[in-house]
Design a protein around this ligand. Structure first.
Ligand SMILES: [Cu+2]
Length: 255
């Protein structure tokens, strides 16, 4: 009896230690969100891309935690219930608490994933009522065209010259995405972003670039014979550089 009590006490003590360790690990991880490994994902060069990236990171962490718990349970039961003698073990049938646990825990995980997916989707789809820049992006067989609205500046693909979408860092750019012919896919991997360009439909979304750089873009929807040539690039620059670029483009267009 005494020994049982001592064993019980020791067990709860080490269990408390385990929970403290898990708690500390979670605090350490959440306090340094940027030091979590990328797990092969793009960090995202826009606010919207960051949101998708953090969703990816946390989904992977949860999946790994579930995986570790399952492995611990497997090894524990393999060792704990390994064959010890030829005597037939006590035959039992259902364990209601365990079956409820097996049902409830996966449902909670799915609800959690769904909840955070909706939140992140809403953040990515949110559009500002007062974007600083508005660009009409047109996909067509087989290139892209970028029209900067209100400034008369248009960037059009030329032979042997891929079109470049120039965006200012730190402000909101509204994109109105359309197609002139068939369905195309407007895809910028470094932004963690992809949308259909559909004929007759305008897809509207915002980009808030967070860092300057040059990123590749491509068509992500097989749209015909020269689909693979539908490449473009995205250059994110400071607000000052963007104003200079836009002024240079419009003076060039009118000359
Ligand atoms: Cu295409």
């Amino acid at each position: 009896m005494n020994r049982e009590l001592r064993r019980g006490g020791h067990g709860s003590h080490s269990r408390r230690g385990l929970w403290v360790a898990i708690g500390l690990a979670l605090v350490a991880v959440s306090g340094s969100a940027c030091t979590i490994p990328a797990f092969g994902g793009f960090k995202g060069a826009t606010d919207q891309g960051h949101a998708a990236f953090h969703m990816w990171e946390w989904s992977l962490l949860v999946a790994m935690a579930v995986g570790v718990i399952v492995w611990i349970l497997i090894f524990w039961s393999v060792i704990r219930y390994r064959k010890k003698s030829d005597e037939l073990p006590k035959q039992i049938r259902y364990s209601t608490p365990v079956e409820i646990l097996y049902t409830v825990v996966p449902i909670l995980i799915v609800i959690g994933l769904f909840y955070f997916t909706v939140i992140v989707e809403d953040r990515i789809d949110a559009v500002s009522p007062t974007p600083a820049v508005t660009v009409r992006v047109t996909g067509y067989q087989w290139a892209w065209r970028f029209d900067y609205q209100g400034s008369g500046v248009s960037v059009v693909a030329e032979p042997n010259h891929l079109p470049q979408l120039v965006l200012p860092v730190g402000v909101t750019t509204r994109i109105n995405l359309v197609s002139n012919d068939v369905v195309h896919g407007f895809y910028i991997p470094a932004f963690n972003f992809s949308r259909y360009a559909q004929p007759g439909v305008t897809n509207t979304f915002d980009f808030n670039p967070t860092e300057s750089g040059t990123f590749v873009g491509r068509c992500a929807q097989y749209c015909g014979l020269y689909h693979s040539q539908m490449l473009f690039s995205v250059k994110t620059v400071s607000r000052g550089e963007f104003r200079t670029w836009l002024a240079g483009q419009s003076s060039g267009a009118t000359a």
